[in-house]
Structure formats: C-alpha cells, structure tokens
Design a protein around this ligand. Structure first.
Ligand SMILES: Cc1cc2nc3c(=O)[nH]c(=O)nc-3n(C[C@H](O)[C@H](O)[C@H](O)COP(=O)(O)O)c2cc1C
Length: 213
C-alpha cells in the first residue's frame, strides 16, 4: 500500500473546484506532525488561505511579474525573460487551486548556535538552516503521501516566491503571522485532481544508490 502511494503520488497542477472537507484537510496536516524533525523541533505552521487572500497574493504576483519582465528587457542575457516566464507558468497553478496552504518554517535558534557562540564550531547557520529545510521537507512529504492515500491531489510550490520576495514580510503581517518568528517556505495545494499526469523523467536506482554487494 505504501509503495503504491509513493509510486503513484504526482504533483497535481489542475484540480476540480470541489473543496476537500475540513476533516480530510486536518488529516493531511496531522500527518505532518508524525514526521522526523531536527531536535524534534516540529518547526512549521500551516496557514490555510481564503479565496480573498489568494486573490490579494495574485495581485502582488502579477504586479511583480510585469515589473520583472520590463526589467528583463534591459538585461544583456536575453534568456532572463524566458526564465521569468517559466517561473510564472509554474506559479500559476497555486492561484487556481481549491485549497492553498502557506507552509511556514519557524525561525527557531538551533541548539548548535550555542556551540558556535562558544567558538567551538563554525558554519552553524548553514548547517542549521539545512537541518531546518530537511525537517520541513519531511513534514511536507508526510502530508503529500497522506493526501494521496485520502484520494486527494497535492502540489508543492516554491516558484511564487520569486514574485513575492519584496512583499514577504508585509504579506505575513497581513495574514496575521509574526514575520520575526516565521518565514514562508512553500505554498501547498490540495484538491481533487482534474488531471492524471505521467511520472516525469526519473533517475535510475544505480544513479543514486552506491551500494555494497
Ligand atoms: C521544494 C519543491 C518545490 C517545487 N516547486 C514547484 C513549483 O513552484 N511549481 C511547480 O509546478 N512544481 C513545483 N514542484 C513540483 C516538482 O516540479 C515535482 O515534484 C517534480 O517535477 C516531480 O514530479 P512529481 O511530483 O509528479 O513526482 C516543487 C517540488 C518541490 C519538492
């Protein structure tokens, strides 16, 4: 069963407009609580967005998209505009999804900070933020697999942040989220799939696993 869920989960970018019941959304979120996290920090917060909130985010993103495209015209590298359009294309599914979650990471000072402050180790920040990111990834993966088990589609989106970068703190404050305490990590979408995508190209096991006979 788990193997089937792992293999058949896909990023869903087109949904029906049916809203998954709160009971199911809670089950998906709860699955995140069972994920391994560095020092058991469980450093995340999920803020479900209303239609109006998504519409405001769309306005901010559209404005910034136009600004970036205009700025790209004076770039020497003529592929910059293409990259902006690529990110825009892969941001748009968030704006049409029936359920959109802003998935936030907690800015918790890590235990290792003390060791750095004591002059015993270095590069803590990079290591701590890597552990934090991996923790968030574990939480997200639990939720994606749970969604699949419940017959829901899901998606993870980083691309929209290209268009929200400048407005991030203000956006969080508008959503009632303390931007000193949390940072926006990903957008997640949930809903009933209106597409059945093929598995995209994948590496082979031999490429990623160097094992002992
Ligand atoms: C951290 C992360 C960020 C992602 N950001 C985006 C995104 O911004 N837009 C998008 O369409 N897909 C995004 N994806 C989905 C990937 O493109 C997708 O997982 C990958 O192509 C493999 O396809 P699959 O999920 O169907 O197996 C993201 C996935 C991850 C894990």
């Amino acid at each position: 069963m788990l193997d089937k869920i792992i293999r058949e989960r896909r990023t869903i970018r087109e949904y029906t407009q049916e809203i998954p019941p709160l009971e199911l959304r809670k089950k998906v979120a709860e699955a995140g609580l069972y994920a391994p996290t560095a020092t058991n920090s469980q450093p995340f917060l999920i803020r479900e967005l209303s239609k109006d909130e998504v519409a405001s985010i769309q306005n901010l993103m559209e404005k910034r998209y136009e600004e970036l495209l205009a700025a790209a015209e004076s770039c020497e590298d003529k592929k910059v505009a293409k990259v902006i359009n690529f990110y825009w294309r892969f941001s748009k599914p968030v704006l049409a999804a029936p359920i959109v979650w802003l998935f936030l990471g907690e800015k918790t000072p890590s235990f290792t900070q003390r060791l750095q402050d004591a002059g015993l180790i270095s590069y803590t920040e990079a290591k701590a933020s890597s552990a934090m990111r991996i923790s968030l990834g574990c939480v997200i993966q639990n939720m994606l697999l749970k969604a699949k088990e419940l017959g829901l589609g899901s998606g993870v989106y980083s691309a929209p942040f290209i268009f929200l970068e400048k407005d991030e703190s203000a956006l969080l404050e508008d959503l009632g989220i303390d931007s000193q305490k949390y940072f926006p990590a990903e957008f997640l979408t949930i809903g009933y799939p209106a597409e059945n995508p093929d598995r995209p190209h994948s590496k082979t096991l031999d490429e990623v696993f160097k094992y002992n006979e």
